[in-house]
Design a binder for this molecule. Structure first.
Ligand code: SAH
Length: 239
């Protein structure tokens, strides 16, 4: 069923992903829930390449690290020019930077971002970004986990996806985001879910789910959420 969102209530969230590899991000932003939210005008995603602000014949965006060592470092000037231009486009831009050294991304952080109206996500690549960008622009650095990626593009897409599904109207059912894992008061994991066929390789769907008793279904789901959280993530309960 199409969801009707009155036009006066639509506040488009703008997300600028600053990346040397916009083509890596493009198809993800066109598909599924994110793509549909873009087409509905709920989110406006721009893929911005600092190379467009790089000077010189070769439009150089990286160079060898001062002090020696392997790899390349993303140079400050084109990124600074690019950020100056993006930061000027709204009154309250929020600047994020992908980094394994940043604070760990959480659902709570995502929910806060979904209240913003302009988010800029800076993606590092190679060895990272010249530290003076951090000193000058003081981005909020975030990590998606204690491991190292080749670049910030996946991390930026993770934020884009997770934030987009929190925007009212982005999901088919307004409720589905609320009952997801990590959402709501108690920070519980989600319950297991099933669809047709009712029997598969000898395994039957739990009878309560086909009973038509909505109260019993709700109780079963709540119990499963609590059980799963205790089994898999006992640490969540203390948060
Ligand atoms: N030398 C850096 C890692 C560079 S990895 C260090 O050890 O801290 C290249 C880029 O990928 C980073 O600049 C960052 O933008 C991105 N990246 C890597 N791992 C990440 C993670 N866990 N979370 C978010 N971004 C990450």
């Amino acid at each position: 069923m199409p969801i009707f969102v009155p036009h006066t209530l639509i506040m488009t969230l703008r997300i600028d992903i600053v990346t040397l590899f916009p083509e890596m991000c493009a198809s993800y932003c066109e598909g599924s829930i994110v793509g549909r939210a873009v087409r509905r005008g709920l989110v406006d995603i721009a893929l911005v390449n600092p190379r467009d602000w790089a000077g010189g014949r070769h439009r150089t965006v990286d160079d060898r690290p001062y002090g020696g060592g392997p790899g390349m470092v993303m140079a400050a000037p084109p990124i600074a020019e690019c950020l100056d231009s993006l930061l000027n486009r709204s009154r309250n831009p929020r600047l994020l930077m992908t980094s394994p050294q940043g604070g760990r991304l959480t659902q709570r952080g995502i929910n806060m971002l979904a209240e913003d109206d302009h988010i800029i996500i800076l993606c590092g690549h190679y060895e990272g970004i010249d530290e003076r960008i951090v000193e000058l622009y003081k981005p909020e650095e975030f990590s998606i986990g204690d491991f190292v990626l080749s670049g910030g593009e996946l991390a930026a897409l993770i934020v884009t996806d997770a934030v987009t599904r929190q925007i009212p109207g982005a999901l088919g059912h307004a409720e589905s985001a609320v009952s997801d894992s990590f959402q709501g008061e108690g920070t519980l994991l989600d319950h297991p879910c099933y669809t047709k066929p009712a029997e598969f390789r000898g395994l039957e769907v739990p009878a309560v789910l086909t009973s038509g008793d909505h109260g019993a279904v709700d109780n079963w789901r709540e119990t499963k959420r609590i059980e799963r959280t205790q089994e898999r993530r006992p640490d969540l309960e203390s948060e």
